[in-house]
Ligand binder design. Structure first.
Ligand code: ADP
Ligand code: MG
Length: 380
């Protein structure tokens, strides 16, 4: 690139950053953490900074500035960005993972007693399916805003080699997105196995650059072990199955993550744990979730919101983040991923779900009793 193109690009970036900052400052609808923490002082200090692959503050705040519905609104152009933009990102990380409590460094990986978890819903009344996933990225590569086409392909090849060495239940077949037909893709999306690739906040963040290059999914035959390739993070390692057997899901997850960890160098930071494109996914990078039907709590949404908040859990829609809840089918998962061990994260979801089921049952009983009493009363 010649000097004048460089100067033009630089002034475009400066303009974009100023505009993004103004949007955030003026917006009355935005409640994101980027808006909360990007003060004028922070903006002035960070606007000239660059990561080694050319990531800027514009890359960090673009999504928060464009979309009023997002909760965090920050993405990081490459691992080093967590240091370069720490002035903005550290308070965001504290809010996401520590909520006012003092921040804790990420402890070393610890999956704990794998026999601790059992089936949360042995009779299959409430839980439709259980899933544990984590995000991982490869050391030495930037994240989406700075990736080249060659790098997307190199990441895909590297992951493929590692995946091909897994055996037994963890043996998978790779389906590159570019080779899937629409029906096949849609069916996998509808069945909750595949990313839909239509999240506007990810799009603005740059996660769909050069799509579908390097994107795809590895699946075992039973579709209980899956790895997403180059979606939001370079890997999303997923264990899932119908029903509420968190024990089986977590054991498979632990085995898969530990096996892949031996073969792939994952980007990790002493304080922040596994590094991710979005600061909400640091630490263990785990989201453990149940898809659970709660007709009674669902009819009393304020109570369910209060309960999940108290339990440190988060509610998503029936098809994941920023989707609607349909037919009282809730995606309930941990809110925090950083400052806890793998075991502690999943234990929080496990015990929280048991409590939610207990309360759903109580409401169910009350409704039945009310109905039971109703007829004799009217007859009298
Ligand atoms: P992630 O944190 O894994 O990116 P998303 O909210 O983007 O989660 O959702 C990705 C997909 O995973 C969606 O199709 C969502 O419905 C599905 N999903 C999440 N939890 C479960 C679960 N317990 N059972 C089945 N599918 C799930
Ligand atoms: Mg997602």
């Amino acid at each position: 690139m010649d000097n004048s193109s460089k100067i033009n690009m630089e002034s475009d970036t400066q303009n974009e950053m100023e505009e993004a900052f103004q949007k955030l400052e003026l917006s009355t609808e935005t409640k994101s953490l980027v808006k909360k923490h990007l003060t004028r002082e922070v903006f002035q200090q960070l606007k000239g900074r660059r990561t080694k692959n050319g990531g800027t503050l514009a890359d960090v705040i673009r999504t928060g500035a464009e979309h009023t519905h997002v909760m965090t609104g920050a993405f990081v152009p490459e691992p080093e960005g967590y240091q370069v933009f720490a002035l903005l990102l550290d308070p965001i990380i504290d809010d996401c993972h520590f909520g006012g409590q003092s921040a804790r460094n990420q402890p070393p990986p610890e999956f704990g007693d794998l026999k601790f978890f059992e089936n949360l819903d042995p009779e299959g009344h409430y839980i439709v399916s259980t899933r544990v996933r984590c995000g991982r990225n490869l050391e030495g590569f930037p994240f989406h805003p700075c990736l080249t086409e060659d790098q997307y392909e190199e990441i895909e090849r590297t992951i493929k080699v590692a995946m091909e060495s897994l055996e037994g239940e963890l043996a998978t077949t790779y389906y590159p997105l570019s080779e899937m037909d629409e029906d096949q893709k849609q069916k996998l999306i509808d069945d909750h196995y595949l990313f839909h690739g239509k999240d506007v906040s990810l799009e603005t963040a740059g996660a769909y650059r050069l799509w579908p290059t390097g994107r795809g999914i590895f699946m075992n035959q039973a579709k209980t072990f899956l790895v997403w390739c180059n979606e939001e993070d370079q890997l999303r390692i997923i264990s899932m199955q119908p029903g509420g057997d968190m024990g089986a899901v977590f054991r498979r997850f632990a085995e898969a993550v530990q096996s892949l960890e031996e073969k792939l160098p994952f980007a990790r930071h002493e304080r922040l744990g596994y590094l991710a494109f979005c600061p909400t996914n640091l630490g263990t990078a785990i989201r453990a979730s149940v898809l659970i039907r709660l007709p009674n709590l669902g009819a009393n949404r304020a109570l369910l919101d209060e309960l999940t908040e108290k339990l440190g859990l988060q509610i998503r829609g029936s098809s994941g983040v920023y989707t609607e809840v349909q037919g009282n089918l809730f995606d309930i998962s941990n809110k925090k991923r950083l400052g806890l061990t793998e075991f502690e994260v999943v234990k929080g979801v496990y015990e929280g779900t048991l409590e939610i089921i207990r309360q759903e049952r109580n409401l169910e009983k009350n409704t039945r009793t009310e109905k039971g009493n109703y007829f004799p009363c009217t007859l009298l």
